[in-house]
Structure formats: structure tokens, C-alpha cells
Design a protein around this ligand. Structure first.
Ligand code: HEC
Ligand code: HEC
Ligand code: HEC
Ligand code: HEC
Length: 474
């Protein structure tokens, strides 16, 4: 790889000297380095934009300990033990770690437990810049073939390449550009013309290529048959969890089997764009974009550039916020933490309510005399509650992107968790048995017993439980 890029560098140098020589007669400005269409290697782009490339390379350096709810390399299940019950049967139930950032994300995927990649090549869509080419070449096999086989189709030197310049930019003009077909299709589905996007819209939409929820339709053999954003029932600026659930149900986009309630379920992944752009979001309503908060301007020598080190605004000491807000960084951070503490409180309460429903349904199913119709109803409501709780839990800002909407959705999850639990409880009582005790401590004990860590790497780690603390239990 080294050798090849030296060669590239050398030929580019020759090219620019040559071009420069011709151009010099007219004006004494160096001809800009041209980046060929289809060039993935950020180092090549970096020759034209060294300051941006330097900033981009900083994604490899991890800053830890700034956020309260999201920190690098941390287990993301144990602080909220109820999640082990909700994800039982899903790869994430085994392992769900804090990710390592844009430049190393494909490496992260290669490190995880293989069961989490078993959906196939489809998993690469958000991880490799070659996804569009691979899909063109392999057609439906791109989705269904085993992950490793599709991964090996990536040119060898780029097999660990994460997000690159070409994912977001047009190499000729450097304008922002959408590179993934999935988002283009999804925009069309909500009646938004992908060819008529404003610059400010693109400053969010380049992120929405990946920071969204998606579903993987399955064929009859349960092989992955595609990839879509379930937005069809939503609108621009209004893609709610209700709209997403409707499509999951209408099109049966169920991908896995929940062991505890013994039913097929869909799944919700990181809906940053959807939550941020839904009603309730003060910042979206004010025309603020993802890039405003996650790519603040910074000075590099005489140049002013958008930071290409994507991370929590807390790690840059709220610099991004201060482009618009004139309060102190301490005050701004306090606002973020206050919001997150409240959302976490509701997320935890709702989560235990949903887990309690699952365990009650499990107990009801074990009793052969319990009313199957009542259990079926309980399961249906459980499914609804699960999607809602996960909508906020899988979203990466702990509600900051849209606090009122996060609390609304969690309120519904809490209520539905209770409804499902009551139904299952009723089924047990009617069968003449006693429903199990399932307070929070009891659920934690069940989790510690059932999902205990086997190799110290996967499973429940009681030591990191602290983040599940409720505000009312200080
Ligand atoms: C090609 C897919 C893709 C695009 C485009 C993308 N991201 Fe990401 N981003 C990811 C993935 C995947 C992760 C998780 C990293 C991992 O798995 O290691 C991530 C992680 C992050 C993180 C957390 C990094 C950390 O410190 O852990 C932030 C913040 C972020 N992205 C913001 C953005 C913003 C803002 C944009 C748009 C300007 C954007 N992303 C565009 C895929 C993408
Ligand atoms: C008004 C500012 C603002 C806007 C706009 C915004 N975010 Fe955020 N984002 C935040 C804050 C604050 C957090 C919480 C950081 C923390 O907990 O450390 C966050 C967290 C995140 C994280 C998790 C970061 C981490 O360290 O793991 C990701 C990923 C992310 N945002 C992506 C996006 C995307 C994609 C968009 C646009 C759809 C967006 N954000 C819009 C402020 C913003
Ligand atoms: C995840 C998306 C994303 C990736 C990947 C990305 N950029 Fe950007 N880039 C942006 C956004 C958003 C802007 C702001 C554009 C705007 O305001 O119009 C930007 C702006 C720029 C600009 C214009 C000047 C500025 O700072 O605002 C240059 C030059 C640039 N990027 C170069 C690069 C290079 C070189 C790479 C790869 C090393 C890269 N970008 C990777 C999203 C991205
Ligand atoms: C591009 C401009 C911009 C950026 C960047 C920005 N904000 Fe805002 N923010 C606004 C606007 C506009 C409002 C609407 C209320 C107002 O006019 O003050 C707002 C409102 C708020 C509110 C009040 C929300 C409510 O529900 O009333 C908080 C809290 C806030 N911002 C925090 C932050 C934090 C923290 C960051 C950085 C992570 C940030 N903002 C980044 C423009 C911005």
C-alpha cells in the first residue's frame, strides 16, 4: 500500500509540475490537484486538502471520559441491564460496545463476535465506501452472501477503510454529495427530491447516509435480500417511530427472534437523523445541521476549516455550540447533562417496564393453562413497546437531539410495557397460578444469573451498572 501511494504521489507531482509549467504563462497560480472520480483513498484527497486530511486523521485518536452516557470502548449493555432481556436472541445481546469512530469503524466490525455479522454482506453498507460498487457488481448476492466473502471483494489495501472523503464529497467540486443509494431511495419515498437539496440540508443528509435506522428484508430462507430505511410513512421533517413501526409491520420487516417472548421482531438502529429532524427539535426547526454541532469551524494556520474530527461536542469543550450561543461552555454542558439525565431516567424506567413485560409473558407461556389469545395480545403490545424504547436507546445522544420527542416516545414505551405486563399477569392469574415478582432488583438478579459474562468480554458486567441510576433514587 505504501509503495503504491508513493507512486501515486510521484505521478501526481509530475502531473502538477507539468500542468503548472503550461499554466504558468497565463497566471502564476498552481493548478489544483485533481482527484479522480471514484478515488477512495483519503490520502490522495489529502494532497489537495492537507488541513482537512490532518483533521480527519485525528479520528484515530480517541478522547475518553468526556461524556456521561457515551464513552469509547465501554460496554453499552451493562449500564442498563434490562437490555439483556430485550436483546436476548439478537447479536447485540451478546456484545454491544462503544464504537471507535469513523476511520476505524470497519476494523471494529471485523473484531466483533461473528454472530453479529451473520446477516451477510449487507452489514458492510455503512462501513465501506465500496458498498455502492459491490452492490452494482454482486446484485442481490451483495446482501445475502456471507460477510467475509463480500468483504474479500474489497481491494485488499482498503479492506479496513472506514468513512472516506468520497462518501460525502464530489471530487471535482468538493460539493457535498450523497453516495449511498439507500438514502436516495428513502428520500424519494418521502417525496423529497434528492436532486434539489440545499447546502444546509446536505450538511445533515451526508450524515443521514449512515446515522439512521434501517431494515434488512429477508427472503424465504431467511437470507438478507436488501436494505432500506423504513421511512415510507414519514415526511421530510417528520419521520417518527410510529411511521417506522407501521412499515415494519406492514412489510413484515422482522429480522430476528426474541427468545424471551418467543416471537419474531424487527430492529431499530441509531436513528440520529430521524429523531433530530422530527417535530420537537428546536435546533432542526431553527435550521441547524449535524455539521454545525459535530464539525465546528477551526483555525489551521491562516485557513478556517470545518473540523473533520467527528465526535461529541463535549470533547471540543462546547466550541460548536458557541458559534451560536453566547453562554459559557460550563452552562452549555450543564444543559446537555440535564437533558440527558432526564431522558436516561425515563429510558431506564421504560426499559425495565418493557423487560418486565417480556419476563411476565415468558412466565405466562410456561403455563399450559394460560389463555393463548391474551398472551398473543400481550406480545403484540410488547413489540410496540420494544421498538419505542430502542428508538431512544439506540439513538446516540441520550435524547439531546430532540428532548421532548425522546420523552414522548419513552412515555409511550413505559405505558405499553405496563399494558403488556398486565395482560400477561392476567393470563397467569386466570390459569390459577401466581405471577412472578419482578421489581427492578429482581430483574437485575435474573440478568446477572442468565447473562453472566463467560469470558470477561461478553455478557453482563455488574461493575458498570451505575448509569441505570434513576433521578428519584439518588
Ligand atoms: C458511511 C457511514 C457514515 C457517515 C456518512 C457518517 N457516519 Fe458518523 N459514524 C458512522 C459509524 C458506523 C459510526 C460508529 C463508529 C464505529 O462503528 O466504530 C459513526 C460514529 C460517529 C460519531 C461518534 C464518534 C465517536 O467519537 O465515537 C459521531 C459524532 C458521528 N459519527 C457523526 C457523524 C456526522 C456529523 C456525520 C455527517 C457529517 C457522519 N457521522 C457521517 C458512520 C457514518
Ligand atoms: C445542536 C447540536 C447538535 C446537532 C444539530 C446534532 N448533534 Fe449529535 N450530539 C450533540 C450532543 C450534545 C450530543 C451528546 C454528546 C455526549 O453525550 O457526549 C450528540 C451526540 C451525537 C452522537 C454520539 C456521539 C458519541 O460520542 O458517541 C452522534 C453519533 C451524533 N450526535 C450524530 C449526529 C447526527 C448524525 C446529527 C444530525 C442528524 C446530529 N448529531 C445533530 C449535539 C448535536
Ligand atoms: C461524513 C462526511 C464527510 C467526510 C467523510 C468528509 N467531509 Fe469534508 N466536509 C463535510 C461537510 C459537512 C463539510 C461542510 C460543507 C459545507 O459547509 O458546505 C465539509 C467541508 C469540506 C471542505 C470545504 C471547506 C470547509 O472546511 O468547510 C473541504 C475542502 C473538505 N471538506 C475536504 C474533505 C476531505 C479532504 C475529506 C477526506 C479526508 C473529507 N472532507 C471528508 C463532510 C465530510
Ligand atoms: C447553528 C446555531 C446553533 C448551534 C451550533 C447550537 N445551537 Fe442551540 N439553539 C440554536 C437556536 C437558534 C435555538 C432556538 C432558541 C434560541 O433562539 O435561542 C437553540 C436552542 C438551544 C437550547 C434550548 C432548547 C429548548 O428546548 O428551548 C439549548 C439547551 C441549546 N440550544 C443548546 C445547545 C448546545 C448544547 C449546542 C452545542 C452542542 C448548541 N445548542 C448548538 C442554535 C444553535
Amino acid at each position: 500500500m505504501k509503495k503504491k501511494s508513493y507512486l501515486m504521489a510521484f505521478s501526481l507531482l509530475l502531473l502538477s509540475i507539468f500542468a503548472f509549467g503550461c499554466e504558468q504563462k497565463a497566471k502564476t497560480v498552481a493548478v489544483p490537484i485533481t482527484i479522480p472520480e471514484g478515488e477512495k483513498d483519503p490520502a490522495v484527497w489529502g494532497r489537495a486538502y492537507p488541513a482537512h486530511y490532518d483533521s480527519y486523521l485525528k479520528n484515530k485518536e480517541r478522547r475518553k471520559g468526556y461524556s456521561k452516557y457515551r464513552n469509547d470502548d465501554e460496554d453499552r449493555l451493562s449500564p442498563w441491564p434490562f437490555q439483556f432481556v430485550l436483546f436476548d436472541g439478537w447479536g447485540m445481546g451478546i456484545e454491544y460496545n462503544e464504537p471507535n469512530g469513523h476511520t476505524d469503524m470497519l476494523k471494529d466490525q471485523l473484531k466483533i463476535d461473528a454472530t453479529r455479522r451473520k446477516a451477510g454482506g449487507v452489514c458492510l453498507t455503512c462501513k465501506t465506501p465500496y458498498a455502492p460498487e459491490l452492490k452494482e457488481k454482486l446484485k442481490v448476492n451483495y446482501f445475502s452472501k456471507p460477510y467475509d466473502e463480500v468483504w474479500k471483494e474489497i481491494p485488499e489495501k482498503h479492506r479496513e477503510m472506514g468513512v472516506v472523503c468520497a462518501d460525502c464529497h464530489d471530487p471535482k467540486t468538493m460539493d457535498l454529495r450523497i453516495n449511498r443509494w439507500t438514502l436516495i431511495e428513502a428520500l424519494k419515498a418521502i417525496g423529497k427530491d434528492p436532486d434539489k437539496l440545499t447546502r444546509q440540508e446536505l450538511r445533515s443528509l451526508v450524515c443521514a447516509q449512515c446515522h439512521v435506522t434501517y431494515s434488512i428484508p429477508k427472503d424465504r430462507d431467511n437470507k438478507s435480500a436488501g436494505l432500506l430505511f423504513p421511512w415510507r410513512n414519514g415526511k421530510w421533517g417528520n419521520i417518527t417511530i410510529e411511521a417506522v413501526i407501521k412499515q415494519i409491520k406492514d412489510e413484515n420487516l422482522r429480522e430476528w427472534k426474541h427468545k424471551v417472548t418467543d416471537q419474531k421482531m424487527g430492529h431499530i438502529r441509531h436513528p440520529e437523523f430521524e429523531l433530530f429532524s422530527s417535530p420537537g427539535s428546536v435546533h432542526w426547526a431553527a435550521g441547524v445541521a449535524c455539521a454545525d454541532c459535530h464539525m465546528p469551524y477551526e483555525r489551521v494556520g491562516k485557513e478556517k476549516i470545518s473540523s473533520h474530527r467527528w465526535e461529541s461536542p463535549l470533547k471540543k469543550n462546547m466550541k460548536a455550540c458557541m458559534q451560536c450561543h453566547n453562554q459559557s461552555p460550563e452552562w452549555l454542558k450543564e444543559q446537555v447533562l440535564n437533558i440527558q439525565d432526564r431522558v436516561n431516567h425515563m429510558f431506564t424506567k421504560a426499559g425495565y417496564s418493557v423487560a418486565r413485560a417480556a419476563l411476565m409473558i415468558e412466565a405466562a407461556e410456561k403455563n399450559p393453562r394460560s389463555d393463548k389469545a391474551v398472551i398473543k395480545k400481550a406480545k403484540e403490545i410488547y413489540e410496540e413497546a420494544y421498538y419505542r424504547n430502542t428508538w431512544i436507546g439506540a439513538e446516540n445522544s441520550m435524547g439531546f437531539h430532540n428532548p421532548p420527542e425522546a420523552l414522548r416516545v419513552l412515555g409511550d414505551a413505559l405505558d405499553q410495557g405496563r399494558q403488556a405486563e398486565m395482560l400477561a399477569r392476567e393470563a397467569i392469574l386466570k390459569a390459577g397460578a401466581a405471577p412472578p415478582e419482578l421489581d427492578m432488583a429482581k430483574i437485575d438478579a435474573i440478568v446477572a444469573e442468565r447473562y453472566k459474562t463467560k469470558d470477561g468480554k461478553t455478557g453482563f458486567k455488574p461493575a458498570v451498572k451505575r448509569k441505570a441510576a434513576l433521578l428519584t433514587q439518588k
